[in-house]
Design a protein around this ligand. Structure first.
Ligand SMILES: [Zn+2]
Ligand SMILES: [Zn+2]
Length: 333
C-alpha cells in the first residue's frame, strides 16, 4: 500500500504550506544524520520525510498527489501498463507514477501530454465570448471504466513470471514497479479485449465550459467533468476580423475616403456589444485614433475603451472627371 505522505510528515491533509513546512523542519531536525550518527533508522526516516516534503512542499506536486490519492490521475492511465494505480508503494513509485510515467495520450481524445501535468485540452473560444465571458460547449474524450471487464482488465489471475509476484524489480539502486505486471504482482490469463487490459475505455462527454470575462489565449482553466474527472483547458481565442484586443482595450481600424476625411461622415461600426454610429469630424487626419469610452472589456473592475484607428484611402486610379477635380484642388492648395 502507498504510504500517505501527509502521515509521514505528521500533518493533516488540509495543512497550510506553513504548517507543512513547520512540521517538516521539526522532523528534519530530529532525524538529521548529524544529530543521529550511525543511526540507520533515523537516516531512513530523514530520507522519507525529505522525499515526502519534496512533493508536498511544492504546490503543483502536492495538488497532483492529492488528486492521485482521490483516485484521479491513476485512472487517467499513468504508466500505461495494466496497473490500476501504483503498485508496490514506496515514495519512488509515487514519484514515478506522478512524474515519470506521465499521462498516456488516449487515441482520439483531445488530450495532449504535457510534462507531468494533468490532461489538457484546447478550447477554441469566439473573440466576443473570451472578452465578455460566457459558456462554450465542448466534447471531450474521457476514460471511463471498461463495461466488459468492469475495470478489472482481464480475468484469471496468475503470478507474474517476471517479478515472481512481488510487483517490484530492482533496477540499479532503485526499486521500480515491475514492468510486466505494472506492479500488481499478477497477470491475467485472459486479457480483456475491449480495453486491452487497462480496465478503461474512452467515452465522449459533453461539457459546458464557463469562460471568465477577459480570458485570453493561453489562459488555463481548471475544470472537472460531471463524472468528476479533473483536467485543464487551454483557451485559444479565435481572432475577430474587425476587433482586436490589447489588455482592456479593443482596437479596430476603419478606412474612409479622402472626401469623407475632409467633409466628415458617420460610420456604423461594431463594438463588443453591438453596432454604434461613429461620427467622423470634418478634417479628420489619417492616423487619427478615436476613443469610444467604455466599449472595452471589464477586467479587474475597470472598463476599457474601444480605439478606432482611422485610415484615409486615396484613390490609386482616377477617372478623367476626377482628375480634373483633383487638379482643381491642387491649384487652390
Ligand atoms: Zn475491459
Ligand atoms: Zn511482475
Amino acid at each position: 500500500m502507498n504510504r500517505n505522505l501527509y502521515k509521514i510528515i505528521g500533518v493533516d491533509e488540509k495543512a497550510t504550506p506553513e504548517q507543512l513546512k513547520k512540521a517538516y523542519r521539526k522532523l528534519a531536525k530530529k532525524y538529521h544524520p548529524d544529530a543521529n550518527p550511525g543511526n540507520k533508522k533515523a537516516e531512513e526516516r530523514f530520507k522519507e520525510v525529505s522525499e515526502a516534503y519534496d512533493i508536498l512542499g511544492d504546490p503543483e506536486k502536492r495538488e497532483q498527489y492529492d488528486l492521485m490519492q482521490k483516485g484521479g490521475p491513476a485512472a487517467w492511465g499513468a504508466g500505461g501498463a495494466a496497473s490500476g494505480g501504483f503498485g508496490g508503494g514506496g515514495i519512488e513509485d509515487i514519484l514515478r507514477s506522478m512524474f515519470g510515467g506521465g499521462f498516456s495520450s488516449p487515441s482520439g481524445g483531445g488530450f495532449s501530454q504535457r510534462s507531468a501535468s494533468r490532461p489538457t485540452i484546447t478550447v477554441r473560444v469566439p473573440f466576443r465570448t473570451a472578452a465578455l465571458g460566457g459558456s462554450v460547449k465542448t466534447r471531450i474524450e474521457v476514460p471511463s471504466t471498461c463495461p466488459v471487464c468492469m475495470g478489472a482488465g482481464g480475468s484469471g489471475e496468475s503470478t507474474c513470471s517476471s517479478c515472481g509476484g512481488s510487483g517490484r524489480m530492482q533496477q540499479g539502486q532503485m526499486v521500480m514497479p515491475c514492468s510486466n505486471c505494472g506492479g500488481r504482482g499478477s497477470t491475467f490469463t485472459s486479457v480483456c479485449s475491449t480495453c486491452g487490459g487497462t480496465g478503461e475505455v474512452m467515452s465522449a462527454e459533453n461539457i459546458d465550459i464557463n469562460i471568465p470575462p477577459g480570458s485570453d489565449s493561453e489562459t488555463m482553466l481548471r475544470l472537472s467533468t460531471p463524472a468528476g474527472r479533473s483536467f485543464l483547458a487551454r483557451i485559444e481565442v479565435r481572432p475577430d476580423r474587425f476587433l482586436s484586443r490589447e489588455g482592456r482595450n479593443i482596437h479596430c481600424t476603419v478606412r474612409i475616403s479622402a472626401p469623407q476625411a475632409v467633409l466628415g461622415t458617420k460610420l456604423k461600426i461594431r463594438t463588443l456589444d453591438g453596432k454604434i454610429l461613429l461620427k467622423i469630424k470634418p478634417g479628420t487626419q489619417p492616423g487619427t485614433v478615436i476613443r469610444i469610452p467604455g466599449k472595452g472589456l471589464t477586467y479587474r473592475g475597470t472598463k476599457g475603451d474601444q480605439l478606432v484607428h482611422v485610415e484615409v484611402e486615396l484613390p490609386t486610379e482616377v477617372t478623367p472627371e476626377e482628375e480634373t477635380l483633383w487638379k482643381k484642388l491642387g491649384e487652390n492648395g
